[in-house]
Design a protein around this ligand. Structure first.
Ligand code: LLP
Length: 417
């Protein structure tokens, strides 16, 4: 459920007209609904209420400070994968003791930063990483709370680029090696083994892969218990899909119930790391039509947002619904919605039925709140768009539009002979 609706033929975010925001901030811009974010966090919290649980929002989905602050105030922690994400999460007010750190390539400086901050848990992805954590912890005279991220080898049935829990993927420790690895970890004075984790992929639209993965992880946790290795946290990662077009992903309620059914009667604290399911449908990208271009083959809507602003269509051929911000009673036709970037791959939609529109008209690219701005770039020296947040009838710029000066920040020219 999101809060982007048409009121009297005009697209609104909560109570604010999208066209009005466009007048004030210019286009393109990202627009997030604070109350949708809050609802989504609550939905996960409610769904897991029968268990001890912690929802750690995956910062990679949307790392805007205001967004992190909103989800943090709803009680969420953060799932991070870099020192930069740790910096953002802390700056946004998320307590370190609610932060879990995943990722295959944590560097020693990053590990040190996280240990100093006092995060809840490192999800270790290899024995090599375990050695690095031990050496940093020894230097700092600290104990690191850790889990192993295991690779449960289940097929999440999603796009191959975002499948992570298959044997052939680079993520996690092969589940068959987990027991030995844990035996090694509990010997180390620098470590406190507190959990086990996994993450099998993203935009997963069925429950069964989550259920299979959790059962496999639970078997390892039980085997560890028999060996005397007590574990408090079971972190089952993120991955719950959203509706972009006609998918029917599990609701947080269904997902929560499936987890609760498996974990009922155990004393584990379950951690979930949703990103897309929290932020995806809480955001849109608003863009303005610059030109319509007719060729013998096609009609192009050339808009002022491009693949540098929203990479998903180009990168994954991802479908994002596009709507005219103002409904009009005009004929519809199939068009390609493309940006100004000098690549054929620069499109937001292909062969899409849209109403006939004029230059200056506004379009909204939906479901853009996750992996939208965070994957944006300055390609073609395009300043990145602002991020605007709406709450009720109020809106504000949570991140300013970049300027040309921002584009060259940090660059210098040395005169050479
Ligand atoms: N936890 C870990 C360890 C992850 O690697 C991810 C996402 C998540 C949680 C959150 O997954 P979510 O709940 O958002 O599915 N750029 C791609 C998605 C990449 C996801 C990477 N990992 C896209 O635009 O579809």
């Amino acid at each position: 459920m999101d809060l982007f609706n048409f009121i009297a033929g005009k697209l609104h975010c909560e109570e604010v007209s999208v066209a009005k925001i466009a007048e004030e901030v210019g286009t393109p811009f990202y627009l997030y609904s604070a109350n949708t974010l809050k609802r989504h966090i609550s939905a996960f919290n409610n769904a897991l209420s029968s268990l001890d649980h912690l929802v750690c929002f995956a910062v990679k989905a949307n790392s805007n400070l205001q967004v992190l602050n909103i989800v943090g105030k709803q009680g969420a922690g953060a799932d991070i994968v870099s020192g930069g994400e740790l910096f953002r999460a802390l700056k946004a007010g998320i307590p370190a003791e609610k932060i879990v750190y995943s990722g295959v390539g944590k560097t020693k400086p990053e590990i040190s930063q996280a240990l100093e901050a006092g995060i809840l848990m490192f999800n270790m992805e290899s024995l090599e990483e375990m050695e690095a954590i031990c050496s940093v912890a020894a230097n700092l005279g600290k104990k690191a709370q850790v889990s192993f991220r295991v690779n449960p080898d289940v097929d999440p049935k999603t796009h191959p680029y975002i499948s992570t829990g298959l044997k052939k993927n680079k993520f996690g420790l092969p589940i068959v090696e987990a027991l030995e690895a844990y035996k090694e970890a509990v010997q180390r004075n620098e470590l406190e083994v507190v959990g086990i984790s996994c993450h099998i992929g993203s935009q997963i639209t069925e429950l069964s892969p989550f259920v299979d993965a959790l059962k496999r992880v639970l078997r390892v946790a039980d085997a560890l218990k028999k060996e005397g290795v007590g574990i408090k946290y079971i972190d089952i990662g993120g991955g719950v899909g959203i509706r972009y077009k006609d998918e029917t992903p599990p609701t947080p309620e269904e997902y929560g119930k499936a987890i609760a059914d498996i974990l009922a009667g155990t004393d584990f604290t379950v951690i979930v790391e949703p990103g897309r399911a929290i932020a995806g449908n809480a955001g849109i990208l608003v863009t303005r039509l610059i030109y319509t271009k007719e060729t013998p083959e096609k009609t192009f809507y050339i808009v002022d947002a491009a693949m540098n602003d929203l990479a998903r269509p180009s990168l994954y051929k991802a479908y994002h619904e596009i709507v005219a911000v103002e409904e009009r009673d005009v004929p519809w036709k199939a068009v390609d919605v493309v940006g100004p970037i000098c690549e054929t791959g620069d499109f937001l939609a292909r062969d899409r039925e849209l109403p006939q529109m004029e230059p200056g008209d506004l379009l909204a690219v939906k479901s853009a709140g996750a992996y939208g701005f965070t994957m944006s770039s300055n390609y073609n020296s395009r300043p990145r768009p602002p991020e605007v947040v709406v709450s009720g009838n109020d809106f504000w710029i949570a991140r300013k539009r970049e300027t040309y000066e921002d584009l060259v920040r940090g660059e210098t020219i040395r005169e050479i002979a």
